[in-house]
Design a protein around this ligand. Structure first.
Ligand code: FAD
Length: 317
């Protein structure tokens, strides 16, 4: 079932979360151990992130460095299919422009279609660690909006090979990313929202936001999107802070600000156990306020640790 249908049928804010595929070599049971405690809150859908290849350098016995390309977290599609089968829940694989030719994308979408997966979160992806700026494959999609367009073309039975006659139509609902605090490459929030509008005009059915800690940023973002003519549901994404390291990691990695009150509380903690508690309390307040404001769903960034999300969900859902 499509995310948009889940939202349309819901009487209240939906509970949802995203998981990362396990590191290569770990077992799928590790993922089930993360998910099992969260199923109590009946998520209608679960997102599974996609991790493209990385360039790493390995020192050889002769002292020279060997450059290798590896994928540390493969398995997005397999996990989606396994979760649908095991939990009877819809899954949303994340799909990137980066590292994919349009032909690769088309073939991956055919696999998803055959597996009965009805939703995709269409993303550009970041630059590789050894590149300063994002570079698409020579014959790949440049921006997320181009990927949205390709998926929507397939929904209309239009494949890359124009001579393909009577091609079956796929039927994906497509989500895209939105950034209440602006995407780090965008020169301004307004400019970023113009690009978000292009994704919606290309056919995106809903938006999931980057994580944020100050709900006012989400409310302002939704207002700006509505004024820009974006009418699709905008699902807020939140993540409970759980270690002191997050104070520097989260702004660095996700390009988001933390409110002073939260920073002060975390700085005042004497252990990460106390930080977790602060993060849970903050998450409960955030989620309650978002729910009261009528958010269509709340998307929790689990990062492989379910316990703090369970504590929040118990109070809110
Ligand atoms: P786009 O929408 O293509 O935008 C990228 C930048 O280009 C923005 O600054 C935008 O303003 C600008 N832009 C867009 N169109 C144009 C245009 N026509 N001209 C000029 N500029 C333009 N990454 C992963 O690798 N794997 C994941 O699983 C993953 N999941 C995510 C889930 C969510 C909910 C979010 C919010 C992000 C996720 N990301 C993931 C990160 C994402 O890939 C990065 O943030 C990436 O840098 C941007 O992706 P996008 O889809 O927002 O790109």
């Amino acid at each position: 079932m499509k995310i948009t249908e889940h939202i349309a049928n819901a009487k209240d804010t939906l509970f949802s979360f995203e998981i990362l595929p396990p590191l290569k070599g770990q077992r799928i049971e590790d993922i089930y151990n993360v998910i099992d405690p969260l199923m109590e809150f009946k998520p209608p859908f679960i997102n599974v992130t996609y991790h493209r290849e990385e360039v790493i350098y390995k020192r050889l016995p002769n002292g020279l460095l060997e450059q290798k390309t590896v994928r540390k977290r493969p398995g997005t599609v397999g996990i989606c299919a396994a979760l649908q089968y095991r939990y009877k829940v819809d899954t949303v694989p994340h799909m990137l422009c980066g590292g994919f030719s349009k032909e690769d994308t088309e073939n991956a979408l055919i696999d998803l279609d055959f597996l009965g997966i009805d939703n995709v979160l269409a993303l550009r992806g970041d630059s590789m660690k050894n590149e300063q700026f994002f570079a698409p494959e020579a014959d790949g999609n440049r921006y997320a909006k181009d990927l949205v367009q390709q998926i929507k073309n397939m929904n209309e039975g239009r494949f890359l090979d124009e001579e393909l006659q009577n091609a079956g139509k796929t039927n994906f609902a497509v989500g895209v990313a939105g950034y209440p605090e602006k995407h780090y490459e965008a020169p301004s929030l307004n400019n970023d929202i113009e690009h978000l509008k292009q994704k919606v005009d290309a056919g995106a059915d809903y938006i999931v936001t980057q994580l944020f800690f100050d709900n006012q940023k989400y409310f302002d973002f939704v207002d700006r999107c509505r004024k820009a003519g974006i009418k699709v549901p905008i699902i807020p994404g939140i993540k409970p802070i759980s270690t002191k390291k997050h104070l520097s990691f989260l702004p660095h990695f996700f390009k988001v600000d933390l409110p002073d009150d939260l920073v002060k509380s975390v700085v005042g903690c004497s252990s990460n156990e106390e930080v977790r508690q602060v993060g849970i309390e903050w998450g409960i307040q955030q989620a309650k306020e978002l729910k009261a404001a009528g958010a269509p769903a709340i998307h929790f960034y689990s990062m492989g640790r379910p316990d703090n999300i369970v504590s929040i969900a118990r109070e809110v859902f």
